[in-house]
Design a protein around this ligand. Structure first.
Ligand SMILES: [Zn+2]
Ligand SMILES: [Zn+2]
Length: 145
């Protein structure tokens, strides 16, 4: 990334944080930028594994993740394997109507299913059952099958 792009990315993130009433700290920036680069939900351990060598301790990573969840910028999900995973919230979707996820029951790998659209009739029948908080598909990923 060029220095100019880097500066612009920081300014953009600073604004996103400020809009939610969060102060921009080096650790918070690092966590947000990590999540922006990720293409699937990640665990605290996975995020910390990259950030601890940069001088941000595990507790700080977790505290920042929690702050971002409370501010509504990040979602925290438990996909049936008792592990919390974090991902940036899809701002284009209302809360509870975000993209679905596929989890491999063998290796635990999670894949975002951005293409899987729930039709209005499917959403309506789901709403008759209750409030949907997560759409989850389970199976064996290509590598495990
Ligand atoms: Zn797998
Ligand atoms: Zn996702």
């Amino acid at each position: 990334m060029s220095q100019k792009m880097k500066t612009e990315a920081v300014a953009k993130t600073r604004k996103i944080l400020a809009d939610r009433g969060l102060r921009t700290t080096a650790a918070r920036l690092a966590v947000v930028h990590w999540l922006q680069k990720a293409n699937s939900p990640a665990t605290h351990a996975e995020i910390a594994a990259d950030l601890v060598p940069k001088g941000i301790d595990k507790a700080t990573v977790l505290r920042n993740l929690t702050d971002l969840v409370e501010a509504g910028l990040v979602t925290r999900k438990e996909l049936g394997d008792h592990v919390w995973r974090f991902e940036l919230r899809d701002e284009s979707h209302p809360v509870g109507c975000e993209h679905a996820h596929f989890i491999c029951v063998d290796c635990g790998r999670v894949t975002c299913l951005h293409q899987l659209e729930m039709s209005a009739s499917v959403m309506k029948s789901l709403q008759e059952v209750g409030q949907v908080t997560e759409i989850l598909v389970r199976g064996h990923c290509d590598e495990c099958r």
